[in-house]
Design a protein around this ligand. Structure first.
Ligand code: DGL
Length: 277
């Protein structure tokens, strides 16, 4: 691995940008390539094997583009594929999302923690292992948030339909007495404001992205893969969906205006396609 190479970051769509922006903040001298698999978003209702196949091909595509490390900026893909990526690509540092049950368990005073995630994240072994390790003595309310990632993809962050959906998801969590909520899907930090508003000031909402970015810094340092700190990071964006729509969504969500490139799925592999502004 070359320490001048970019960090590869991927998600099913725009959600992983909540992690990407923290990585850029924590590591301003690193180059990145962000990949959004918008042809297949959402991953949440899909089966483990299918998500693993997508993740595998995306990781290889990022490595072909020279990436020195892979950040799986998607809880659903981490649940389905992180272990597999580490086993099949042992020379590549791979960092994934683990639901922030540990900090939530340390923080809660009511002893009740709400977890918001996709169906596939709750079904995965990673969640069960994390919950088993860190949640003893704490009651977890696991709330499947079907359809919420689609609202974020569509740019509906605070409209009446998203608000109604959030109220429905938060009701069982709040009724159970949770004082801490974990956002265990990288799309959800983009709706953290309405979540906070509905949950009220006595409920802490945990976005794990800053902690993941710090972890990326640690892992790069451990592998001697940090970029020269005089370098100013450059960023590329690739989507298997529509590049124009990706760039518009990214600007709305992060304020960053940048061109993005297209990649096409072709028989289970990703091929570069024409780029767009
Ligand atoms: N952003 C993804 C996650 O963190 C999932 C959204 C989806 O594709 O269902 O779980």
């Amino acid at each position: 691995m070359n320490s001048d190479g970019p960090i590869g970051v991927f998600d099913s769509g725009v959600g992983g940008l909540s992690v990407w922006r923290e990585i850029v903040r924590a590591l301003p001298h690193e180059d990145t390539i962000y990949f959004a698999d918008q042809q297949h978003v959402p991953y949440g209702p899909r089966g483990e094997l299918e998500i693993r196949r997508f993740s595998d091909a995306i990781a290889h595509h990022l490595l072909e583009r020279g990436c020195k490390a892979i950040v799986v900026a998607c809880n659903t893909a981490s649940a389905a594929a992180l272990k597999h990526l580490r086993e099949t690509l042992p020379h590549v540092p791979s960092i994934g999302m683990e639901p922030a049950v540990k900090p939530a368990a340390a923080m809660t005073r009511s002893g009740v923690v709400g977890i918001m995630a996709t169906p596939a994240t709750f079904q995965g072994r990673l969640f069960k292992a994390t919950a088993g390790r860190h949640a003893s003595g704490v009651r977890l309310i696991n709330q499947v948030c079907d359809g919420l990632a689609d609202h974020v993809e569509a740019g509906d962050l605070d409209g009446p339909a998203t608000e109604a959906l959030l109220r429905g998801f938060l009701r069982p969590i709040l009724d159970a007495g949770a004082d801490t909520i974990v956002l265990a899907c990288t799309h959800y930090p983009f709706v953290i404001e309405p979540i906070r508003r509905i949950a009220g000031p006595d409920v802490a909402v945990i976005d794990p992205a800053p902690a993941i970015a710090r972890h990326v810094r640690t892992v790069l340092a451990q592998h001697g893969l940090g970029h020269d700190t005089t370098h100013a990071g450059r960023h590329r964006f690739v989507t298997s969906g529509d590049p124009g729509r990706f760039s518009a969504a990214m600007q709305r969500l992060t304020g960053v205006h940048a061109a993005s490139e297209a990649a096409r799925w072709d028989g289970g592999r990703l091929e570069p396609a024409a780029s767009h502004a």
